[in-house]
Design a protein around this ligand. Structure first.
Ligand code: HPA
Length: 246
């Protein structure tokens, strides 16, 4: 049976319903991950959980040690990663509260430690990244979203920006021109690092605000928190749905 790990993003620093059996303090050749890996049971299934921003939430997107997180999960025995990300909506159908299971991404980040393949100069490795997300995992997320009756899109291009500031309206116009449907700050290099270590990886994105310039209002943390609180119960039910069906 596939061993699943969940990486919880903003609003999901702990997973209610997870019966924790063990907390693994892990160190890696790349430094410390965002926190301990919790091993436990959710929906009758063994699962690992890691809070991407730490618990409590303390790491901004550009300070997360993505390499340590992915390495630690691999070392702990994970084979598949369900990544939860809060995002802004660019596509007109992606309002706050809407879910998206992106099928592709564009990486706009810079200066993040983004590869495990940087020391062995004798053997340069170029992973295939044509389709960044695992299709079977995406299908499981889509089935669980359908079963829950959630409003969601089974497609989407995730534009990953550097943050921690939000984007300018002109940047969102550019992302839209590039084909992006949603925008977030934590999707990369997590997805490509998972591919480098041959972990299945898919993203469950929850839209928490219209992206910059997509509404006349200023984007506020209060608005984002409100949308997160509204959606996080569904996120947990969707994750439980994936695990119970797997
Ligand atoms: N932009 C980037 N990241 C985000 C946003 C946004 O509008 N909302 C939540 N994460």
């Amino acid at each position: 049976m596939t061993v699943y790990a969940i990486i919880g993003g903003t609003g999901l620093t702990q997973l209610d319903g997870l019966t924790i059996r063990q907390s693994l303090p892990v160190n890696t050749p790349y430094g410390a991950p965002s926190g301990e890996i919790q091993l436990g049971e959710l929906a009758g299934r063994e699962v690992m959980f890691l809070a991407r921003h730490g618990h409590p939430h303390r790491l901004p997107p550009h300070r997360i040690n993505y390499r340590a997180n992915i390495w630690a999960l691999k070392q702990a025995g994970a084979q598949a990663v369900l990544a939860v990300n809060a995002v802004g909506g660019i596509h007109s159908g992606m309002d706050a509260g809407h879910f998206c299971v992106p099928h592709n991404l564009v990486d706009y980040t810079s200066g993040r430690d983004h590869t495990f393949f940087c020391d062995d100069l004798e053997q340069v490795t170029h992973i295939d990244f044509t389709h960044p997300y695992s299709q079977p995992l995406r299908a499981r997320l889509i089935a669980a979203l359908t079963a829950q009756g959630c409003a969601f899109s089974d497609f989407g291009v995730y534009g990953c920006t550097q943050g921690p500031r939000l984007e300018s309206a002109a940047e969102i116009v550019r992302l839209e021109r590039d084909g992006c449907d949603i925008v977030g700050m934590t999707g990369m290099p997590e997805a490509s690092l998972a591919r480098e270590l041959e972990l299945e990886y898919a993203c469950l994105a929850l839209v928490v605000n219209p992206a910059a310039g997509k509404s006349s209002a200023v984007i506020s943390m209060a608005e984002i928190d409100h949308a997160l609180q509204g959606g996080i119960g569904q996120v947990k039910a969707i994750l439980a749905g994936v695990l119970s069906a797997a």
